[in-house]
Design a binder for this molecule. Structure first.
Ligand SMILES: Nc1nc2c(c(=O)[nH]1)N[C@H]1C(S)=C(S)[C@@H](COP(=O)(O)OP(=O)(O)OC[C@H]3O[C@@H](n4cnc5c(=O)[nH]c(N)nc54)[C@H](O)[C@@H]3O)O[C@H]1N2
Ligand SMILES: Nc1nc2c(c(=O)[nH]1)N[C@H]1C(S)=C(S)[C@@H](COP(=O)(O)OP(=O)(O)OC[C@H]3O[C@@H](n4cnc5c(=O)[nH]c(N)nc54)[C@H](O)[C@@H]3O)O[C@H]1N2
Ligand code: SF4
Ligand SMILES: [Mo]
Length: 715
């Protein structure tokens, strides 16, 4: 295995998205000369997407921070690491001693889970702060999946994964894996996997308000009115029960209730009851239920479009139920649980709901975190417990959370803000100190988050490809240092130390692998260890997913909780959809293969090509408002308005406007010069912090009521 920066071909995992593709990175004279997919990677089998090449751009980006910076009246000044870490810890400790523990908040963004150092070392730092104001991108993303995992299976990480390589019927609801490369379904090379599905006679059905890249590839695509998926799922269950297609299979003895409890709940949600609101005919709904239930194997896969809407938790629960009652949960070709080599589930963190609530609007915690939709009000509302300082790490909440402008304003009024980030972006521009870690090619990496969510059990270690130099610090070093310095400022008699105080990521991962299900205690001929992975830099194949229940259940009674009361309590709200008025126009999001949330628009090669930040409007909605293709329009919601180019297209259904998120780089003070050339607008200038999933508090980023008007003049 070459050492970092050597002239050689280096193996590593791409850390940009959940697909975790294996890469071959050729290095000459300390620089990257080519990046290719690794054909020997047992999971990605040579696949890579255009973003992989941007790893080099990130590495060479002149806008990227290399040294800590402090904001002064005359702009940013570079300072040394010791000074920066000292000052950061001192200011956090000062705010806490003057205003209490909760006066310091934390927001952790998405790349935190794509970075093993951050995953292992940020939690002890956050615990040291002992604040209840903990936030992350989870509550603008997959929080409902965690709530369902906790409520049904006893652990928030018990998220069933579609066994896409063996299923006969793939029902995709609110996901576009051909653009996103899959989420809560690590499955690199989606195109080939879908091709294989079709080649073995399987079917792909997509339910989406937009004819997405994935929908275009489907055997059947159903448009659905945004936010009504819970009704569709209830109607699918209704048909399964009414036509006696139920098959509980092997799991029947492991349920805590009779299936009749569910049968009673779906009463009044027949296909004919919901069709008008959902926008799919009753015949099509009933047929979909029959096809799903009668397929040899089938899996319903709910994702972003269902997670980040007003019924996120309800939808996710109903999707699990649909898989369960048709005999497709924990079965080959259905929704399965993984057996990762580094298995964090037995280590704890099962989840809990409502142990405390937010100060201003009483939003419930889940797993010790509050929903980020309440962050701005917690900063802006005066009183005991008000947030006065914030630590952000790997996040850009001004562009990624609902009502970004309100949060933007709130951040500018903080007493102190610390950011651990590689860029001065729309959020970190408010920081007083930014600590820039190494990233991507410069880090050692193990996919602690994504092997456990993968469609096949594999394991792979990445050594650093490039040498970041002696002046650089890794995320894990930054968090360890901050924790130590906080404890020096404010000794905490309750703190008993943690393994991360003494061990580095190598040691922790080696320990995790050795004690995992494929490690030293397993009957494998070559047990997985860090050493073994170093000898197999393309990764080690641990085989297809296997049935895990009931052994993998974490519930106290050892049973699957069929109808968790906290979730079923939301059914009346769904029922109200059947009679309630529906808005004329609602906003949904979309992703493009060349974007990665808000933070890769500074890559010149990803920024090329046609404008991606446009509003898709259906021809009938355009005509009714005098809007022509290519012209500027105003899109307005309760919280704000944006001006954006209209793309008139029947790719979206009538009543739906689609704007991608992650743009909006026109704000002053950020240092993202390439991104600023084509700034676009932020969809989260329109999304509403008051629109949340009632159970989890997760943001409803899809289904936001909007008004659209022409601003005249085609561009
Ligand atoms: N290229 C690229 N890849 C990415 C990312 C990126 O920004 N760019 N981000 C990464 C991250 S952090 C994540 S979480 C994943 C997300 O990956 P996915 O879950 O695949 O998310 P999206 O691509 O946003 O697809 C969501 C789909 O839901 C549809 N939708 C919207 N509202 C509704 C609704 O009410 N009902 C239904 N049925 N559908 C609806 C949208 O039209 C869209 O097609 O992608 C990851 N991969
Ligand atoms: N309207 C709408 N809003 C959305 C979504 C949507 O579909 N629609 N999707 C939501 C989803 S799924 C997500 S996950 C969130 C993402 O929201 P966030 O996580 O808040 O934002 P990102 O754009 O991912 O920004 C990541 C930041 O991490 C930094 N970074 C990159 N690598 C590293 C690293 O190795 N270490 C450190 N310390 N920093 C690093 C980048 O510079 C960038 O500033 O957005 C959400 N917002
Ligand atoms: S699909 Fe994701 S992991 Fe694979 S190369 Fe593209 S960005 Fe990287
Ligand atoms: Mo995400």
């Amino acid at each position: 295995m070459p050492t970092p920066g050597d002239d050689a071909i280096h193996h590593r995992a791409c850390n940009l998205c959940e697909a975790i593709c294996g890469l071959l990175v050729e290095v000459k004279d300390g620089s990257v000369v080519s990046i290719k997919g690794d054909p020997d990677d047992p999971l990605s089998r040579g696949y890579l997407c255009p973003k992989a090449f941007a790893l080099q751009d990130i590495n060479e980006d002149p806008d990227r921070l290399r040294r800590p910076v402090r904001r002064t009246e005359d702009g940013w000044e570079e300072i040394g690491w010791d000074e920066a870490l000292d000052e950061a810890a001192r200011r956090l400790a000062e705010v806490q001693s003057a205003h209490g523990r909760d006066a310091v908040a934390v927001y952790q963004g998405n790349p935190s889970v794509h970075n093993a150092g951050s995953m292992l070392f940020s939690p002890p730092f956050v615990r040291t702060l002992r604040t209840k104001n903990r936030f992350s991108a989870t509550s603008v993303d997959q929080l409902p999946h965690h709530v369902v995992g906790w409520a049904m299976f006893g652990h928030q990480m018990m998220i069933p994964i579609p066994d896409i390589d063996r299923t006969d019927f793939f029902l995709v609801m609110g996901a576009n894996p051909l653009a996103s490369n899959g989420s809560l379904m690590t499955a690199p090379g989606m195109g080939d996997r879908l091709k294989a599905l079709s080649a073995r006679g399987g079917r792909l059905v997509v339910v989406d308000p937009r004819r997405s890249e994935t929908a275009r590839r489907a055997d059947t695509h159903h448009f659905i009115r945004p936010g009504t998926d819970a009704l569709l799922l209830l109607a699918l269950l209704h048909t399964v029960f009414a036509e006696e297609l139920t098959d509980l299979g092997r799991l029947a003895p492991h349920l805590d209730a009779e299936v009749e409890e569910v049968t009673a709940l779906v009463d009044g949600f027949a296909p004919t009851d919901v069709a008008g609101v959902v926008g799919i005919s009753a015949e099509d709904i009933a047929q979909l239920a029959r096809d799903f239930a009668s397929a040899e194997s089938a899996v319903c896969y709910p994702r972003m479009g269902l997670s980040t809407q007003a019924f996120g938790t309800l939808c996710n629960w109903l999707a699990v139920l649909l898989n369960l009652v048709t005999g497709n949960l924990d079965e080959v070709g259905g929704a399965m649980f993984t057996t990762p080599a580094f298995d964090t589930l037995p280590m704890g963190g099962r989840g809990h709901l409502g142990r405390f609530a937010s100060r201003v609007s009483g939003a419930q915690e889940f797993g010790g975190e509050l929903p980020v939709s309440v962050l701005a009000e917690e900063i802006l509302t005066e009183g005991t417990g008000q947030i006065r300082a914030l630590v952000t790490s790997a996040g850009n909440p001004v562009l990624s959370t609902p009502n970004g402008p309100r949060l933007d304003g709130a951040l500018s009024g903080l007493d102190f803000m610390l950011a651990v980030d590689i860029y001065i972006n729309e959020s970190t521009r408010h920081a007083d100190i930014i600590l820039p870690p190494t990233t991507g090619l410069e880090t050692a990496h193990y996919d602690l988050a994504f092997h456990p969510l993968a469609v096949r059990n594999t394991s792979r270690w990445s050594s650093p490809t490039l040498d970041a130099g002696p002046e650089a610090r890794h995320d894990w070093q930054i968090f360890r240092e901050l924790r130590a310095r906080l404890l020096a400022h404010a000794p905490d008699p309750a703190d008993r130390g943690t393994p991360t105080d003494a061990m580095d990521p190598h040691q922790l991962i080696d320990f995790g692998l050795a004690s995992g299900p494929h490690g030293a205690a397993s009957d494998r001929e070559h047990p997985v260890s860090l050493q073994l992975l170093k000898e197999h830099p393309s990764g080690v194949d641990l085989g297809p997913l296997e049935p895990r229940l009931p052994g993998r259940l974490f519930t106290e009674d050892g049973l699957i909780h069929l109808v968790p009361a906290v979730i079923a309590a939301d059914l009346p709200r769904a029922r109200a959809l059947l009679d309630g008025p529906s808005p004329d126009l609602v906003l949904i999001g979309r992703r493009s293969l060349r974007d990665n949330n808000s933070w890769m628009h500074n890559s010149p090669r990803l920024q090329s090509g046609r404008e991606r930040c446009t509003a898709l409007v259906h021809p009938s909605d355009a005509e009714a408002r005098g809007i022509v293709h290519g012209q500027q329009i105003e899109v307005r919601s309760r919280v704000g308005a944006v001006r954006i180019e209209a793309c008139v297209s029947d790719e979206v259904m009538p009543g739906v406007v689609s704007i991608p998120h992650g743009f909006g780089h026109g704000r002053p003070g950020a240092r993202l010069r390439v991104a600023a050339r084509r700034p676009g607008v932020s969809a989260n200038d329109l999304t509403d912090e008051r629109l949340v999933d009632a159970i989890s508090g997760n943001a409803a980023l899809n289904g936001v009521p909007v008004h659209v008007r022409s601003l005249g003049g085609a561009s």
